[in-house]
Write a protein that binds this ligand. Structure first.
Ligand code: PLP
Length: 386
């Protein structure tokens, strides 16, 4: 049986059927079942923030699983205390309080529930946003095609145009419990905001007493060159949601609440059996220490600029967007999946979030040589198509 036949024989068909069976990975590289090597320019799916099989992550996971594999949230354990302190430090606010869960959707569910505890229930989100597939997270996802089959969703959600300053005053009111926004919309094809937009949203939220929730599931953990995407604008959110890169390749999500919103959850209001699992948390701490010890953030911005400045000169390219190592390359025609397949043939994995775009989100360990090799391959493919 082919890989897709084996897949279709056992799985529900929500993912389509993959062409490759990946069997091992090291650093930026992965190997398939035929022994072919690829550079993983998708980084898992923006998850393997310090690459595959990172030695420090392996050691942390091994040490932890030998010591204590899981403990309920009825008890503390050293790893979870350390990671929560570290996240407070990265956010730079002593009022920050953390809730751990397992995924991005769960982190956003936690944020939605916290916002309801303000006594208000209306949420403002943005067109094209993606916040996850559970009913609550889907309700604030601004992609009607993904949400429509599951209606009725949560009531009281309004979508404003992403990046439209004019809509903020009327759209965000005293009745708004929370505004939820991604600093860059990764799943939509890496859409960016005009400068000053997050600041304007922050100001309007403060004016009307709404919480500002920033979904950093994809942009967090250094991906855009700072620990969190909102830090490029110097604003302070009320709620931050994290997952993907947070676990260093293992499942881990978090909601971070700051200031008054840190007091919203009280005993019994929320929970997660595996949230803050010691093994995922150990992996996360190791990944953060790799980013710090190897000074990875110092080169992320310039790598991103190299990709943007180079790729936008290629034929068939309409626009290159993003920041750091979260980049979308949009073509003038719907050739995303064709380019994806051609890159795969040349040994690079990417994805195509919509028909005209490919997205890259390699691990932060990617070097200038990796990036240049990718650009050479992409250029050759696009020139060959002329
Ligand atoms: C911005 C954002 N939020 C939330 C999610 C959902 O995360 P998960 O798939 O871990 O539930 C994603 C996943 O792509 C995301 O990009």
């Amino acid at each position: 049986m082919s890989i897709s036949e084996q897949w279709n024989d056992v799985f529900t068909s929500n993912y389509g059927s993959p062409r490759l069976l990946l069997t091992e990975g090291k650093g930026l590289h992965v190997k398939d079942s035929n022994g072919r090597e690829y550079r993983d320019f998708l980084g898992g799916i923006a998850t393997n923030i310090v690459g595959h099989a990172n030695p420090k992550v392996i050691k942390a996971v091994e040490d932890q699983i030998k010591t204590l594999s899981h403990v309920s949230n009825l008890y503390a354990h050293p790893q979870v205390l350390e990671l929560a302190q570290k996240l407070k430090e990265l956010v730079g606010d002593d009022s920050a309080r953390i809730f751990f869960c397992n995924s991005g959707a769960e982190a956003n569910e936690a944020a939605i529930k916290a916002s309801r505890l303000t006594g208000k229930s209306r949420i403002v989100a943005f067109t094209n946003s993606f916040h996850g597939r559970t009913i609550g997270a889907l309700s604030i996802t601004g992609q009607p095609g993904k949400a429509a089959p599951f209606e009725p969703l949560l009531p009281g959600v309004k979508f404003l145009k992403y990046g439209d300053f004019k809509s903020l005053k009327k759209g965000i009111t005293k009745r708004t419990a929370m505004v939820m926004i991604e600093p860059i919309q990764g799943e939509a094809g890496v859409l960016t905001l005009p400068k000053g937009f997050l600041t304007a949203v922050r100001e309007r939220c403060t004016e009307v007493g709404a919480l500002l929730g920033i979904d950093e599931v994809q942009t967090g953990m250094g991906r855009t060159g700072k620990w969190f995407g909102y830090q490029h604008e110097g604003i302070k959110p009320d709620i931050i949601t994290l997952a993907k890169g947070l676990g260093g390749g293992l499942p881990l999500g978090a909601m971070i609440a700051l200031g008054e919103s840190a007091k919203l959850f009280t005993p019994g209001t929320h929970g997660s059996t595996f949230g803050g699992n010691p093994i995922s948390v150990a992996a996360s701490r190791a990944a953060i220490s790799v980013i710090e010890d190897d000074h990875l953030l110092s080169k992320i911005t310039s790598l991103g600029e190299l990709i943007i400045n180079t790729a936008q000169t290629f034929p068939k390219v309409k626009e290159v967007r993003g920041a750091g190592l979260l980049i979308g390359i949009e073509f003038i025609e719907p050739i995303g999946s064709e380019i994806l397949a051609a890159l795969e043939d040349r040994g690079f994995l990417v994805n195509s979030p919509n028909p005209t775009t490919i997205r890259i989100s390699p691990p932060l360990i990617a070097t200038e040589t990796d990036v240049n090799d990718f650009l050479v391959a992409l250029r050759a493919i696009l020139v060959g198509r002329l």
